[in-house]
Structure formats: C-alpha cells, structure tokens
Design a protein around this ligand. Structure first.
Ligand code: FAD
Length: 307
C-alpha cells in the first residue's frame, strides 16, 4: 500500500484549502485532490468584495491562488485530479482518481455545489453567449440590454434585482403563480420599475444561433406559447451539491446535501464534511472557509482520540 495520509481532502474551494491549511499546520500529512475546478466556484467570478481582510476587494482567482499557496506553505500536497470512487468500508479509506489510488486515515469532503440548469439543448450551445447562472459574474456584459431571469426563489429575486443595475429591463419568469422567495425579497422585486414578472410560465426553448435572441415560453395553465425577445438568460433555479460519489454511503438530505451527524463528522466515523456541499443556506466563501477550519480541527481531535 502506498503512503497513508493523515487526511485526504476532496475539493479545493475555500473549504478544502482552509481545511488543508489547518490540518497541515497541525502536522498532519495532507493530500488535497483538487478536482476538475481547482480553486472552486470563485474561479468563475471577478471581484470578491465581502471576504474580510481585503478592504478594496480581490479577484476571485487571485484570492484562491493565495489560499492555495498558503496551504502549500505548510506542506499540503495538491493534485489536480478528480475523485472517481471512494471506499469508506475500512480504514485507511481509499480514494480513487483516474491517475491512482490514495489512502487516508481520514477524509474531508469539500466538493461544493454547482448551479442547476434547465436541461434544454440550447443551454450548451449558448452558454457564455448570453446564458449564465451568475448575475454577479456576467451582469456587467448586459449593460443596456433586455434580460430574463428564470426562477422563483430568493436567488432568482436577488439576481433580478442585481441585474437592474446594468440591464435595461429584467423579466422574471416563474412556472408557478406565487414565488417561493421570502416576502422582503419579493417586495423589493415587485417595487422595482425595471422588473416585470411573467407567472405560470416555463421556458421551453432559448432561440438564437450565435447569441441569445429570444426565449420561447409556455403558459403551464393554458398551454399557450409565446416568444419573448431577450439578449440574456439568467438561470436561477438552485444549486446541486456535488455528492453523487457518496450516494448510498453518506447520509444526505432529500436534495443531496450531506448532513453531518456530530459537529462536522458524517455518519462514517473518520469522514468529515465542509462548505457548500453541506450548506444550502449561506453559500459564501467565508462560511465555507469557516467550516473547513472546523473540519480540520475535528479531524485532528478525532485522530488523537483514536490513539
Ligand atoms: P467550491 O468552491 O464549490 O469548491 C468545490 C471544489 O470541489 C472544487 O475545487 C471542485 O474541483 C472540487 N470537486 C468537486 N467534485 C470533485 C471530485 N469528484 N473530485 C475532486 N474534487 C472535486 N461567495 C462569497 O463569499 N463572495 C462572493 O463574492 C461570491 N461570489 C461568487 C460568484 C460566483 C460566480 C459563484 C459561482 C459563487 C460565488 N460565491 C461567493 C460563493 C462561493 O464561491 C462559494 O460559497 C464557495 O466557493 C464554496 O466553497 P466550497 O469550498 O464549499 O466549494
């Protein structure tokens, strides 16, 4: 058997790197399997203005490079590999990628979450050409344009309000006749003169070859279809935790978010969890980092208790 790490961290967003910094500083041997998106979700954004310590803001990728370097400084090993299978049936735990098998006394799951899409063929063709799942990242490109936001929860309300800073008009499309979002968020949207709401309607197609030109809507009650001209489609229908690897092994809620059973430890003793993969509520870099810190401290204490 090859080297046995004190902990293997799956994921390299704020949660994974913070766990690596804490675990490596406590003298554990640490392997971070960074995954398909080294640096995590913040690699997709420009300015991060709400992470304490950067009074003038910092670019997302630059911030994650700092996290990465800090983890390396204390000796964490990093590999840009995607985990394809885990075996938590005995210790040391086995974690497999396309490049090898790795063994750890403990594992920290920090695989984050990804935006959900409408699953329309047009989404693949037009992604980055007018279709987005992040107003913070892409709103700026829609200055003076007409855009639509799809969804009815808090995220959709937030995205719609945010986009009015740039867009000429924002049409919020929701397939039900009431929003799921909190009252305060709804009020903000309904009061905004730039936002129009189209209820009881779903997007059945997005039209345009090189860029978004229109959406085709179907009224779910009457079945009537109509086209609405637009240059941008922001899909805000929720996030999917990256947990398919752990299905039927680790306890999750009905949406696939991992539920820790004792502090940050999962139902499998020695397997811990941190960040957006266990958090559908806050979804922030600072909260993910905080949980990474907690998971590393829990790992250290748990290993100590094992003797
Ligand atoms: P993530 O950042 O999602 O990282 C998950 C990691 O897991 C990735 O490295 C991925 O490669 C890895 N992974 C997944 N599956 C596997 C696998 N099978 N094997 C190995 N690795 C795997 N938050 C803020 O606080 N401020 C902001 O301004 C802000 N702006 C944002 C802008 C955008 C566009 C987005 C998308 C999010 C933004 N957020 C912001 C939210 C913030 O990015 C997340 O809350 C945070 O990144 C969550 O950190 P995490 O470590 O839990 O997971």
């Amino acid at each position: 058997m090859s080297k046995i790490y004190g902990t293997i961290i799956i994921g390299s967003g704020p949660a994974g790197y913070t766990a690596a910094i804490y675990a490596a500083r406590s003298n554990l041997s640490v392997l971070v399997l960074q995954g398909y998106q080294a640096g995590g979700q913040l690699m997709l954004t420009s300015e991060v203005e709400n992470y304490p310590g950067f009074e003038n803001g910092i670019l997302g990728p630059e911030m994650m490079e700092k996290f990465e370097k800090q983890a390396q400084r204390f000796g964490a090993e990093l590999l840009p590999e995607d985990v394809t299978a885990v075996d938590f049936s005995e210790r040391p735990f086995k974690v497999t990628t396309d490049f090898g098998e790795y063994f750890g006394q403990t594992v920290i799951i920090a695989t984050g979450a990804s935006a959900k899409w409408l699953e329309l063929p047009a989404e693949k063709r037009l992604q980055g050409r007018g279709i987005s799942a992040c107003a913070t990242c892409d709103g700026f490109f829609f200055k003076g344009k007409d855009v639509v936001v799809v969804g009815g929860g808090d995220t959709a309300m937030e995205e719609a309000s945010f986009l009015t800073r740039y867009a000429n008009t924002v049409t919020l499309i929701h397939r039900r006749d009431t929003f799921r979002a909190s009252k305060i968020m709804q009020e903000r949207v309904l009061k905004n003169p730039k936002i129009t709401c189209v209820m009881d309607s779903e997007v059945v197609d997005i039209l345009g070859e090189q860029s978004v030109e229109a959406v085709k809507l179907r009224n779910v009650k009457t079945g009537k279809e109509q086209e609405l001209a637009t240059q941008g489609v922001f899909v805000a229908i929720g996030h999917q935790p990256n947990t398919s690897l752990f299905k039927d092994i680790i306890t999750m809620d009905e949406h696939g978010y991992i539920i820790p059973v004792e502090h940050t430890m999962t139902n499998i003793p020695g397997v811990f969890v941190a960040g957006d993969v266990t958090d559908h509520r806050y979804r922030q870099a600072i909260t993910a980092a905080g949980e990474g810190c907690k998971a590393a401290i829990d790992v250290e204490r748990w290993l100590e208790a094992q003797g």
